[in-house]
Design a protein around this ligand. Structure first.
Ligand code: GRF
Length: 202
């Protein structure tokens, strides 16, 4: 059973789905060992508490030294011995402090087909650019913004009538499915990083 620390900043729907899918066996061999938030008001924390999961909050407001902040996180999560960190709507770029301590063991979900539309408001970027398809990407995290090796991607159409909300909802549905699949693959030991490419074995 691998232990997963989930990092959130807000709503936490990806976190909720991951945890539910670990409980109901859709994701095999993984459990949530701790939930971390940089935002004390993150809505997802309510669910974490209701589920009796260990919650760690370190407010990031005003924290300019990002390495020192990440070192604090490392120390705070260490007692829970995570094998994997899942960023799930975590709105801070992680530094080499976390990335080197968890080499190829931090995943993120991004609501676009990377390398297109990294950063904030990816769905709005896609809509404004006029692409016909967008989607989501689960990737390993490096020190860049949404730039690490791609694990899985899912495609959705962009419809002429789409608003940002409509497109975001269509993508979110895929995010929930895709992130669970990626964590399941990790838990099964099926992911191997080879340079920029992630090899998936049975
Ligand atoms: C998702 O769209 C995710 O791709 C992005 O932030 C959003 C978080 O949503 N990184 P939630 O907090 O998981 O509901």
């Amino acid at each position: 059973m691998i232990k997963t620390a989930v990092f959130i900043s807000g709503r936490g729907s990806n976190f909720t789905v991951l945890h539910e899918n670990m409980k109901n066996g859709v994701i095999k061999g993984a459990e949530v060992c701790a939930v971390f938030s940089n935002n004390p008001a993150a809505a997802g924390l309510e669910y974490a508490e209701k589920e009796g999961l260990p919650v760690i909050v370190i407010p990031s407001g005003g924290r300019k030294d990002r390495e020192a902040y990440d070192a604090e996180i490392l120390e705070a999560i260490a007692p829970y011995k995570p094998d994997l960190i899942c960023l799930a709507g975590y709105m801070r770029v992680v530094t080499s402090v976390l990335v080197s301590a968890f080499k190829n063991r931090i995943m993120n979900i991004h609501p676009a087909l990377l390398p297109a539309f990294p950063g904030l408001n990816a769905q709005k970027q896609a809509l404004e650019y006029g692409v016909r398809f967008s989607g989501c990407t689960v990737h390993f995290v490096d020190t860049g913004v949404d730039s690490g090796p791609v694990i899985l991607q899912a495609v959705v159409p962009v419809l002429p009538s789409d608003t940002e909300e409509a497109l975001s909802a269509r993508i979110l549905k895929e995010e929930h499915r895709l992130y669970s699949e990626a964590v399941g693959l990790f838990a099964a030991g099926s992911l191997k990083v080879n340079g920029r490419r992630v090899e998936i074995s049975e």
